[in-house]
Design a protein around this ligand. Sequence first.
Ligand SMILES: Cc1ncc(COP(=O)(O)O)c(C=O)c1O
Length: 368
Amino acid sequence: MGIPLMDIRAQYAPLRAQLDAEITDILDTGTFILGPRVKAIESEVSARLDNRPCVGVANGTDALVIALQALGVGPGDEVITTPYTFYATAEAIARHGAVPVFVDIDPDSACIDPDLIEAKITDKTKVIIPVHIFGHPASMTTILTTAAENGLSVIEDAAQAFGAADGEWAVGTMADAATISFFPTKNFPGIGDGGMVVCRDAALGDLVRRLRFHGSEDKQTFTEVGYNSRLDEIQAAAVRTFLPHVNDWNDRRRQVADWYRECGLGEHVTLPVEKDAARHIYHLYVIRHPERDRIREMLVEEGIGAAAYYGIPMHLQPVFKDLGYSVGDLPVAEEWARTGLAIPMHPNLTREQVEEVVAATGRAVSRL
Ligand SMILES: Cc1ncc(COP(=O)(O)O)c(C=O)c1O
């Protein structure tokens, strides 16, 4: 039968009737863009994130692009970020003609190493973008202190980590802005493309709100060069349907992570860890092994989902070759890129399935 890496349809199955009814209602009313559901999801997410202004946009990439513009990033500016992320984080920086400056990652969390940031700050640095990668929160306390001491803004890329926390601090509430993706495989999903910008204050919220609609508040007067980047009503309806279940889904992801540990997966491979006061929500469950590719092949042969994410870290991507990075410059990110392997992680996994994945991984490792 196999065990997939993720199982979106199983997750949605109990909510299918609710989704169908929402979509039917949208078709009946004919309000597709910036209607009542977008307003509602913005305030519902805001209620979970310290009442910060939240603005729905077309996807998580646009959320980053718009947040960077709202914080004043333009050509020639430098933005410090992690090399171990989905390309969108770095692309959003380059989209503005700004320069991504990559800082190596913490060997345990795989998030940007906060102690290496200071050395990369120049008089051109404007923003730091930590990514809460795979659902593990970045070490925000040090990052925010470094940013404050140097007059920099911070954007949390929270595409993979809604519901995660660093101690008392919920992901999305710690910086000048945070960006969310509702891509269907995310831990807080929609049923298509969608995203959100979480803003530190009303002024930033208003600016982001204008930027998502061509730099206008009233569709008559245009004050900025903005975007056509709106969360649509169908996505808003889906995200609203899922929001009440995200905490439970995150808890179940954490339960699956516990099972992997209890079932002895750590005897075969290096397990993900939860650092210090972090609350990891395991958007992806990424194990590590020097023979990652062979293990992946053997798992897939046995019908077990396994995938290598971010196999080429950002500083070594062809698009950034002119930035002058070489192999070996950011060794920890390169090591994760070489050895990281995502194995099945979703809220519907059973303990029996986890036992099967652990046994298959053990078999794969013993055949190396
Ligand atoms: C870390 C990270 N940032 C940004 C994005 C971009 O989100 P989207 O696919 O919604 O544009 C993603 C999602 O793929 C992501 O994983």
